[in-house]
Design a protein around this ligand. Structure first.
Ligand code: ACO
Length: 428
């Protein structure tokens, strides 16, 4: 029997004795349940990069990459970006439904109670070089929180788990803003519970303790939208990292620190920073054809940052929303950013280019988010930190969901291609 015939036989077996059932979700492709494949057939499934592997069941977020659809708990991202706010979305992701007014009030209060940092946490910052990348500091500081909240968390207790999740969502803006103020040597402002989530983050980022800070409502709304768009994206690299780390029962703060580390890479959350480096490197609209040629050259590692996505093979629905916000904020602030002009022309050219059409490479959310964050005054190296504080809502929701999943520790297998058994040579 050829291996192809063997696989066909295995797949057809699910029809006869149900040994490999096909699972049906609410939406999206069905999945062959191969959990017994090794036990029954001595075979492993090989899928590095997880292109065809559903690593878990999840009821949080749905992405249809072919149609460009993104739903949080069933709600389209466009509707949430237009009508909701980040805290409500965080509640939705964590709990499954939008909060009632009473639930919302309680959630807001819980965030207000937990958004301060233990004063000893601030001592950690001083151990870092001032020019350290904020993501490096965030990995360290969030991981360090596990030393503050370890013995007090009983992972079997839903109340303790919920409190850990809230602590993470609430403290992340304080942590991120402190990364920035430490890097420029400015004293921190404390959180202001009279402000909404994004306004509060803006005042901690850009205010000084000695002066009142007036929040620009257009910028606060734009930040809310960025945070809603980035709050979750099902089983991406950082979320899968959080789930994998959490499957061993690890401390939630340590798990989220692992997610932050994964997010930092330029193929993931670091892309918004990389987009601006790329646009600056291109420099003028006239240089776009040269950049396009480099992006298509297999011998050149250069790629169009902010283009392409593992799941979206059509427009990333978040990209349109963020582009509209970028235009709005730039016009509100009266900024004529040459990088926006390069970005828009680059998009136009790439969308008509055969290479990009054939490979279904469209702008992703990061293509315009950097331009928007820059216009709002965020320094380049804080872009991914803003992403991390938004994605914390998704990470903790997946962490909470995983606590109900009884499959035990995640332990991928491998196709071993190293030397076969050999023996240590006798010493002469
Ligand atoms: N520029 C040029 N070519 C590209 C790009 C790009 N940005 N992205 C993919 N391709 C090409 C690949 O070279 C490959 O070509 P080939 O078939 O001739 O070999 C083809 O398109 C398919 O690409 P893959 O590498 O298989 O796509 P994959 O799903 O592995 O990667 C990724 C997705 C990592 C996002 C990739 O498109 C990329 O590196 N984009 C730039 C970085 C970026 O914007 N990341 C942000 C992602 S969104 C987020 O994390 C929030």
């Amino acid at each position: 029997m050829t291996s192809k015939q063997f696989i066909n036989a295995i797949l057809s077996e699910q029809q006869s004795d149900g040994s490999l059932p096909v699972l049906e979700g609410t939406l999206g492709p069905r999945a062959v349940d191969i959990q017994t494949l090794y036990a029954r057939h001595g075979l492993l499934a090989f899928d590095p990069g997880f292109r065809s592997t559903a690593a878990c069941k999840s009821a949080i977020t749905f992405v249809d990459g072919d149609q460009g659809v993104l739903l949080y708990r069933g709600y389209p991202i466009e509707e949430l970006a237009e009508r909701s706010n980040f805290v409500e979305v965080a509640y939705l992701l964590m709990h499954g439904d939008l909060p009632s007014p009473a639930q919302r009030k309680e959630f807001d209060q819980a965030i207000g109670v937990h958004n301060l940092l233990h004063e000893q946490v601030l001592a950690f910052y001083r151990g870092f070089r001032r020019d350290a990348h904020p993501m490096a500091v965030m990995v360290g500081v969030v991981g360090a929180l596990s030393a503050f909240y370890h013995d007090v968390i009983d992972m079997r207790n839903p109340g303790d788990r919920g409190k850990a999740a809230i602590r993470l969502i609430a403290k992340m803006p304080t942590i991120a803003a402190a990364c920035f103020t430490y890097s420029i040597g400015r004293p921190n402002r404390y959180p202001d519970n009279g402000l909404d989530f994004s306004s509060n983050f803006l005042q901690m980022m850009f205010g000084v303790p000695s002066e009142p800070y007036r929040v620009d409502p257009v910028l606060a709304r734009a930040l809310e939208v960025i945070m809603i768009l980035h709050a979750d994206h099902e089983q991406n690299a950082s979320t899968s990292t959080v789930r994998l780390a959490a499957s061993s029962g690890a401390n939630p703060f340590a798990c989220i620190a692992a997610g932050i580390a994964s997010l930092w890479g330029p193929a993931h959350g670091g892309a918004n920073e990389a987009v601006l480096h790329m646009l600056a490197e291109i420099g003028t609209v006239e240089n776009i054809p040269k950049a396009m040629a480099r992006a298509k050259d297999k011998n050149d590692p250069f790629r169009l940052m902010g283009f392409g996505h593992r799941v979206y093979k059509s427009f990333d629905p978040r990209a349109r929303v963020v582009q509209a916000q970028a235009k709005k904020v730039l016009s509100h602030l009266g900024i004529d950013d040459p990088l926006l002009n390069i970005a828009m022309r680059l998009e136009e050219i790439a969308l008509k280019d055969e290479y990009f059409i054939e490979r279904k490479l469209y702008p992703n959310v990061d293509f315009y988010s950097g331009i928007l964050l820059r216009a709002m005054g965020f320094p380049l190296n804080m872009f991914t930190a803003v992403f991390a504080l938004a994605r914390t809502a998704g990470w903790v929701s997946h962490w909470l969901e995983l606590q109900h999943d009884a499959h035990g520790i995640d332990r991928p297998r491998q196709l071993y291609v190293g030397p076969a058994l050999r023996h240590y040579p006798p010493r002469s």
